[in-house]
Ligand binder design. Structure first.
Ligand code: GDP
Length: 303
């Protein structure tokens, strides 16, 4: 994960080793290299500019603290700035004060939403919650069945329209109705978290946005999470902005981080959407999933 950026930054810092103090030229050269490293990692240009500007400014103006040499001081500044662009504090789920907490997932088809829904359900179970999954993706053939299979894998019940029934997939289905009924079911069966999987399309389109917005209006989720494949790099940011306008969301889930050698999406999305990355999914296993911790991620990049 983010191997190229890590290597690039490590090389940059190597050049500073052994220097007693940093000249203006050293700072400029370092800033230039950090800029190239971030651009190669596919970080969006405005984010790169802001990042490099902040590092340069701090490197010039901050007193080097006694215990650190100049190279360590720069690493400390870069670490702190990475934490900032990754979102600062870890953003945890907000649970409803009463009744079931409703989490709605939105995103493009193939983003890893269905897989993520089950991973999140398992993670919640491990936090002593009693989640229920809801198959409100009635668009993609097999989406309901796939969620049922995944639900079974993690031992979490799935609320789905019965085949053949008026709300069923064969009839075009009404995902808004399924979502609405799922909340009643959760109340009846005392589930404390409801995770609603919604339909994605291959590209952003208005019908998709409207459907997601209708589900949102019908169930008033406590958290809307936008699920996006980190491997698509800066396209993730474009999609994230489209969903922000079309549906709106509270946080982002990055999937397939295990296959993302560059890190552009993770490093750009917070600054460009103003929404925190809340979870990261990083593999095919149901347990390859956790809260997204900006400080740990920054440490990994600089390891
Ligand atoms: P959906 O269309 O958004 O519901 O996407 P799926 O959940 O069906 O996932 C699409 C593909 O991505 C499947 O083959 C998943 O196994 C795979 N996938 C999902 N999450 C991850 C992940 O974190 N890492 C990797 N490597 N593959 C993933």
């Amino acid at each position: 994960m983010f191997a190229t950026l890590s290597d690039r930054l490590a090389d940059t810092f190597k050049n500073l080793r052994g220097k007693g103090r940093l000249s203006e030229a050293d700072i400029d050269a370092t800033a230039r290299e950090i800029r190239i490293a971030l651009l190669e990692a596919d970080v969006a240009l405005p984010v790169v500019k802001e990042f490099v500007g902040a590092v340069k400014e701090r490197a010039r103006s901050e007193e080097v603290s006694g215990a650190l040499n100049p190279a360590q001081q720069i690493i400390k500044i870069v670490h702190e700035e990475l934490v900032t662009i990754l979102g600062g504090e870890t953003r945890r789920l907000r649970y409803a004060k009463s009744g079931p907490t409703v989490i709605m997932l939105a995103g493009l088809q193939g983003a890893g939403k269905t897989t993520l829904a089950a991973k999140l359900a398992l993670w919640l179970k491990e936090q002593d919650k009693t989640p229920m999954l809801v198959a409100a993706d009635l668009q993609r053939p097999n989406a309901v069945q796939q969620l049922q299979v995944n639900g079974e894998r993690v031992g979490v019940p799935v609320f789905a329209p019965e085949p053949g029934n008026a709300q069923g997939i064969e009839h075009g289905g009404d995902p808004v109705d399924v979502a609405r009924r799922s909340i009643e079911e959760a109340r009846r069966k005392l589930h404390d978290v409801v995770i609603i999987d919604t339909a994605g399309r291959l590209g952003v389109d208005e019908t998709l946005m409207q459907q997601a917005a209708d589900i949102r209006d019908a169930v008033q989720p406590d958290e809307v999470l936008f699920v996006v494949d980190a491997m698509i790099g800066q396209d993730a940011v474009t999609t994230a902005r489209a969903f922000l306008d079309g549906v709106g969301y509270d946080g982002v889930v990055l999937t397939k981080l295990d296959g993302d050698a560059r890190g552009g999406a993770a490093l750009s999305i917070r600054s460009l959407t103003g929404k925190p990355v809340m979870f990261a999914s990083s593999g095919e296993k149901m347990t390859d999933f956790d809260l997204f911790h900006p400080d740990r991620m920054a440490s990994r990049i600089l390891d």
